[in-house]
Design a binder for this molecule. Structure first.
Ligand code: GDP
Length: 193
């Protein structure tokens, strides 16, 4: 495992709370229930790092994990807008939009998609942010264990056709650990670990 143990650093509700000592950051994003928390836990080999199956209220923040001093993994909230009242939702959207558009230390996005429901509007929005900023991207097609091998390969091919060549794409499963080493290697190289 090329990754050092990850340590919970802080939760950010307001932009002024963003760590000032950051050197390189990688954000992990995904629709609610895509399997993002499980993927984070599997990649970091720490079962309780990111909470799985959270209530919507707990997810309205950027959660920072430190892999090395100044090298951060940022767990971005998934979209659960429907359950959130208007003012709070606007605050939330502002925080995330601002982070994705302007955070200078942000270098890359890991986009977690359920292999059975890839490339939804949220995912396309994340790809747009990455494209406009020149961020590196790795797409994880997770819950691959839910499909037989042949279907996995088909899904991978279909998604590949819809992505720019510069975007990395792989199968993943937090359950079977498929693709965990590949994702770790990508993360380690992004964070220069
Ligand atoms: P999040 O909302 O994106 O953080 O999603 P979670 O990680 O909480 O996962 C949502 C649900 O999908 C939970 O019931 C997980 O147990 C399940 N899940 C997540 N990853 C996998 C996977 O790789 N395989 C299978 N079979 N289930 C998964």
């Amino acid at each position: 495992n090329p990754l050092q143990p990850a340590r919970y650093l802080l939760s950010v509700h307001n932009p002024h709370q963003l760590p000032k000592d950051a050197e390189i950051e990688v954000a992990v994003v995904g629709r609610s229930n895509a399997g993002k928390s499980s993927a984070l836990n599997a990649i970091c080999a720490q079962n309780k790092l990111a909470r799985t199956s959270k209530t919507p209220g707990r997810t309205q923040q950027l959660v920072y994990f430190e892999l090395m001093p100044g090298r951060y993994l940022v767990d971005l909230p998934g979209y659960g807008y429907a359950e959130v009242p208007g003012a709070l939702r606007d605050h939330w959207r502002g925080l995330i939009d601002g982070f994705l558009r302007t955070r200078q230390t942000l270098r890359a996005l890991m986009i977690v998609m359920d292999i059975r429901h890839p490339l939804k509007p949220f995912d396309l929005l994340m790809l747009e942010y990455a494209q406009s900023r020149g961020l590196a991207v790795q797409v994880l097609l997770t819950k691959a264990d839910k499909l037989p091998r042949g279907q996995q390969a088909k899904a991978l091919q279909a998604v590949r056709r819809d992505l720019p060549d510069s975007v990395g794409l792989q199968l993943f499963s937090a359950s079977s650990k498929l693709g965990v080493e590949e994702a770790r290697a990508v993360l380690a190289s992004w964070l220069a670990l």
